[in-house]
Design a protein around this ligand. Sequence first.
Ligand code: SAH
Length: 204
Amino acid sequence: MVESQIRARGVSDERVLAAMCKVPRHLFAGPGNEDQAYEDYPLPIGEGQTISQPYIVAEMTQALALGTGDRVLEIGTGSGYQAAVLSEIAGRVYTVERNPVLFERARKLFRQLGIESLETRLSDGTLGFPEEAPFDAVLVTAGSPSVPKALVAQLGPGGRLVIPVGDQYFQELIKLTRSEHGIRESRMGGVRFVKLIGEQGWRE
Ligand code: SAH
């Protein structure tokens, strides 16, 4: 998976590649999906949600340019796979999920795997995680009609925010970087994610 789908398409950050070699994706893909867990596409994880294609996980993780001590916020825990990859690289990961079934399932898996540098929360992630802000990096793994203001506000100096923005069917992956001169925006190409539902996202 890592060599043919990820490195071959240009992901070169060795820490990202190593993390993706290490995290057992089949445990996150869920019952019935194990045999497809390392294939080049997203998979259903129940509750109408999906675990992203491996390459997209790698590309988004690389875009965050994580340092080993970084504090990272992920919105949309889902299966927990992306959060587990982030926790291999960053210092501390906070992940927020709004669906109680997925939240509990991911939490159980994090416990089983002994991932300790990770904190989970059941709430509306469009509002971020104000108690733990500021963050060095914020990653949103659901598609939003616009960039939630709360997430930009919770970015620390030099902070990076990666989020899919667009309509229900097509989004552009956007990266915002905070510097002393303000916020810089770059575009990373088209993606398709499930909806980010909440106060600063879609209304159901
Ligand atoms: N990162 C996940 C995949 C995310 S799928 C993985 O690695 O498996 C998108 C997830 O975002 C879904 O689980 C959905 O319930 C969740 N979500 C949607 N809106 C949300 C919100 N406002 N706050 C938190 N989670 C949200």
